[in-house]
Design a protein around this ligand. Structure first.
Ligand code: AHR
Length: 528
């Protein structure tokens, strides 16, 4: 046997030893945990984390609204005026700050007048984007605003630019927000709502470069200016925050043109970025059947959010150095192949521990850009894409993504405390990403400092030594979200397989915090 042949055999033996069944973690490499060091700078606080970064999005898509939220008042599923109680209770526990509706692509074919008045009389329509199903318009403006009020959240409504008129958009805003004795406000009263609703956020179209009208940025900039002119502030004390349709991914030209031509007429500019394991829209990858290659590629690709925000923000800085216009990441999350046997247009996918890591990494990125990112909305809230809740008729489960929202809600409204982190690499093949990700905030009432951490390695623990500057906490407590395998997920038969548990891997000594961060985990710590 020559040297080349023997080394090839050695390589095969090593490869076989490392090979693992799908979804299972490779055996940890020999040696101790990887070592990360950090300094938490409570002495140089940064901007406030806008609570809206923990926002949600619910579109008329698949079972996102119908079954997922709306079952109707006559359903055997317990409900409040048609909104299912189990989902409502689970969502309320997240302190949802803002909810975007009715789309997405659906927004630019939605005609609001079809969704008011007695339900049995509402006209139906075809939902051309999402499965071609017949939409009965039973969930309309009144039902959405009821949901908003039941959740104690804020409304973010996207208007129809692609196939609607300026007059239609203008009248919708008047219908919802005018206190006057006017025909549209009186129509609202006739339909059962006396007081105007609060409408803090309004989007002028969605993805108008694509499903919202296939427009050029120059054309949309003019359309934005025209439609926006007629979005009136009927409640002068609470002017509407106007959000223009922004770019997807790396469409930097769109941002450049919009900022130059319409920047001064908007309050926010949206940004969409979806994480696909393969990067190929024809074969995106399975939500549950994946190995370490797609674990790595998903986490690596989701980290591109940082680059996109940085580059779009730099373009905005040219015409808006004072950062008056906020970035609104109103669609983000994982997008996989649909679950086998489900309608392709319904975008129903499972959600594993990998999605929890994706959520944590994105929240850390949004908090790092808290000076410009004012809102983010996970796509989507229930039964669609990276959902926080899945339902199967009367059954419901909370996904691993849900639990990251729940663990991280303490960051809402806190002040960013910079974390200077030196992370070891998580290497896969020729590529690498940081193994450890971290973000810290001080609670608005200054009662605690919260530090969240994520370990992207599926097999290697990390020890994180954090020097504390500007705080001397006496105690640390925490919770951890992890699971035996990369693809562990909650099912309707076992809905509590992936849930956070108390974490005892953190200790404080001599002005330093020591954290033993398990492989493939998300941790939230409370320092007091
Ligand atoms: O979230 C699903 C779809 O993704 C939305 O309708 C659209 O805006 C985006 O392309």
């Amino acid at each position: 046997m020559n040297i080349t042949a023997s080394s090839r055999i050695a390589f095969i033996i090593v490869a076989l030893l490392l090979a693992s069944p799908q979804g299972q973690t490779q055996a940890p490499p020999p040696g101790s945990p990887a070592v990360a060091t950090a300094t938490l700078r409570a002495d140089t606080p940064g901007p406030v984390v806008n609570p809206n970064i923990y926002g949600h999005f619910a579109e008329h898509l698949g079972r996102g609204i119908y079954e997922g939220i709306w079952v109707g008042p006559d359903s055997p599923i317990p409900n409040t005026r048609g909104i299912r109680n189990d989902v409502l209770a689970a969502l309320k526990a997240l302190n949802i700050p803002v909810l975007r509706w009715p789309g997405g692509c659906f927004a630019d074919e939605y005609h609001w007048r079809d969704g008011i008045g007695p339900r049995e009389k509402r006209p139906a329509m075809i939902n051309t984007h999402w499965g071609g199903v017949v939409e009965n318009n039973h969930f309309g403006t009144h039902e959405f605003m009821d949901l908003v009020e039941l959740l104690g959240t804020k409304a973010y409504i996207t208007g129809n630019v692609g196939s609607g008129t300026v007059q239609e958009m203008m009248e919708w805003v008047e219908y919802m927000t005018s206190p006057a004795d006017s025909p549209l406000a009186n129509l609202r009263r006739q339909n059962g709502r006396d007081k105007p609703w609060a409408l803090p956020y309004f989007g002028v179209g969605n993805e108008n470069w694509g499903c919202g009208g296939t427009m050029r940025p120059e054309y949309y900039a003019d359309e934005y200016r025209r439609y926006n002119t007629f979005v009136k502030n009927y409640d002068r004390a609470n002017p509407i925050y106007r959000i223009a349709c922004g770019a997807s991914d790396r469409n930097f030209t769109w941002t450049e043109v919009l900022m130059e031509r319409a920047g001064r007429h908007m309050n926010g500019l949206s940004l969409h970025y979806y994480t696909l394991p393969t990067g190929d829209w024809r074969q995106k990858g399975s939500s549950t059947q994946f190995g370490e290659d797609q674990w790595f590629s998903t986490l690596s690709r989701t980290l591109r959010m940082d680059e996109y925000i940085t580059r779009h923000a730099a373009i905005m800085d040219k015409t808006d150095p004072g950062k008056r216009v906020g970035i609104v990441v109103d669609e983000w999350g994982t997008w996989y192949d649909v679950e086998p046997g489900t309608e392709p247009g319904f975008l129903y996918q499972q959600n594993t521990l990998r999605d929890a890591l994706v959520a944590a990494l994105n929240f850390h990125i949004f908090q790092r850009h808290a000076d410009r990112v004012v809102m983010a909305n996970i796509a989507q809230m229930v039964n669609v894409l990276q959902a926080v809740i899945l339902t199967d008729k009367e059954k419901m489960l909370r996904t691993p993504t849900y639990w990251v929202f729940e663990m991280f809600k303490v960051h809402q409204g806190g002040t960013v405390l910079p974390v200077e982190l030196q992370s070891p690499d998580y290497t896969f093949g020729e590529e690498k990403i940081p193994m450890v990700s971290a973000s810290a905030t001080r609670a608005a009432d200054k009662s605690a400092v919260y530090l969240s951490l994520a370990n992207t390695s599926p097999s290697q623990a990390a020890t994180v030594s954090v020097k504390l500057e500007g705080i001397s906490p006496k105690s640390v407590s925490g919770r951890v979200l992890t699971a035996p395998a990369m693809n562990t997920h909650n099912t309707f038969a076992a809905p509590d397989t992936v849930v956070p548990v108390p974490f005892d891997g953190a200790s404080i000594a001599g002005g330093s915090l020591e954290v033993k961060l398990p492989a493939k985990s998300v941790v939230i710590l409370t320092l007091k």
